[in-house]
Design a protein. Sequence first.
Length: 528
Amino acid sequence: MKDQSPATSKGESIRARYATTIVVQFFQLLASVVTAGVVPRALGPAVYGSYNFLLGMASTVRATLTLGTQQTFFTKSSQTKDSGSLTKLYALFLVGQWIFIMGFIFAIHVLGLQVWVWPNQYLNQIVIVTSLEWLIFVALTLEQLGDTKKLTIYTQILTGIGSFLNAGGLLILALLHRLNFYSYTFWMLFVTVLISTGLSVYLLGIHRDVCWTGTLFGQTRKHIQDWRRYASPLIVYSAASALLTGLDIYLIQCFYGPQEQGYFALASRWASLSLTFTGAALSIYWREIASSLAARDRERAREIYLRFSHLLFFLTLVLSCWLCLGARHLVQSIAGMEYLPAAPLLMIMAFYPVQQTFGQLCGAAFLASERTREYRNYGILFAGLGAVVTYFLLAPRSAAVPGLGLGARGVALKMVVLGMLTVQFYELSNARFFQFSYLQATIDKMKTTLVVGGIAFVILRGLIRQMGIPAGRVGIIPLGLISVFYFLVVGLVAFFCPVLAGLRAQDIDSAVADLKTNMASIRLRRRQ
C-alpha cells in the first residue's frame, strides 16, 4: 500500500514502516518466547502471579489517571508536522502523573488500607513494579511518537535490540539460578531505561525539529482546548475501562490467591504473543487513518481500515489456533508441570488476541476519526455489563452473593466470548462511518476462520494424535516440526488465495517484484 494523500507524502512509506516493524516484531517474538518460558519456570506460579498482579494494578491506577491524554497526544501529533510543544506538555503531564501515583501509594500505606488495595503484597515491591510499569509506558509513548512522525524504522530497531538484551540477561540470570522477583524487576527496569534513553536521543535529539522543538507554554492554551474537545468524552470511559480490567485480576487475587493468578498470568502472557503483528501495525494504522481524514480523504481511510483489519485478523487467528491446539504440550515442555492447570485456561485465552485485534483496530478507528463520544457511550455500557459478568463467573458458590466459581477460566471466557460479541457494535458503527458492508466484512472473516481453523485442526490436532507425540520436553522437537509444517501450509494457501488474508493478487505480485529487485541489487553490489 502506497501513500497517496498530501499528508503522508514525505518520510518513510507505510510499506517500509510496516515491513520493518513486522521483521523486528518477529525477532522480538522469538525473544519473548524465551522470557515467557524462563521467567514463569524460575519464579514459580505464586511469585509470578504476585508480580503480574502488581503490574496489572499499576496499569489500572495509571490508566485511570490518563484522562484521555494519551489518545489526544497520539492523534494530534499525527495530524501536525511539528509538535514539539505538545510533546513537552505531555512529558510534563507524565512526570506529574508518576509523582501523584507515588503519593497515592504511600497515602494508602499510611492509612492502613494497603491490605485492601494490594492483598498480601509488600510496599517496596508495589513501588518497584509500579515504577517499572510507568517506565514501560513512557518507552511505548516514545515509540508511538516516532510513528506519528513516520520515524518508525529506527525506533523499532532500537526497541528490538532492547528486547534481545532483556531476554539475554534474563536467560543468564536463570542459568546462574539468580532469577527471582527482585533481580527480574531490576533487570527489567535497567533495560527499559536503556530503551527509553535510546529512543529519546533519536527522537528528541536527532529529530528534535519535529518532535521536541517548540516553546513549552507557547501553545498550551490551544493544546488544552484540543484535549478538552477531543478527550472530555474519554475521561470517564478510560477510568471505567481501566477499573474493569483491574477488577479481573483483583477478584482472582481475593478469591483464589497468587497461584491462580500465576496460571492466569501465564495464559495471558503467552496469548499476548499472538498480538505481535497487531501491536506492530496499530500505531501506523491509527496514524494513517487520522492523517487521511485530516486531509479529507475518506476513501483512503476506508481502504486502510479494511486492509489492515482483515490482514491482522488473519495473522492473529493463525497464531491463536496454533497456541490453542498446542497448549498442553507447550505448557508442560516450557513452563513445567507446576503450570499444568494453566493449559485449559490457555486454550481459551489463545483466542483473546483475535478479539483484541478486532477491538483495538475498531477502537483506533473511532479515536483517529475523533468520534470519542460514541466510543465512550459504547465503552461505558459494555464496561458495566462486563463487571457484572466477571463477578458472577468468578465468585465462589459460598460467597454472600454466590457465583459460578470458575476462577481464572471465568475471566478468560468473559474476555473472549463477551468481548467478541460487544466488539461487533463498534464494527457496525465503523461500517456506517467508512461506508462499507458490515455483512460482507463479517462473511469474509468467517471464511478465513473456517479455512485457518480447518487447517489447524487437521495438521496440529490430527498429526499430534496420529504420531502419539508425548507432552513434555521429549515431544517439543516433533511438535516444532509439525508447527513449521502448519505455518508453511497456511502461508502457501494465503499465497495462492490472497483474499483469505484480505490481500489482492497485485499485492502479492508487488511484494515478489520488490523482493526480486532487492535480491538483484544485493548481487550487483557484491559484484562491484
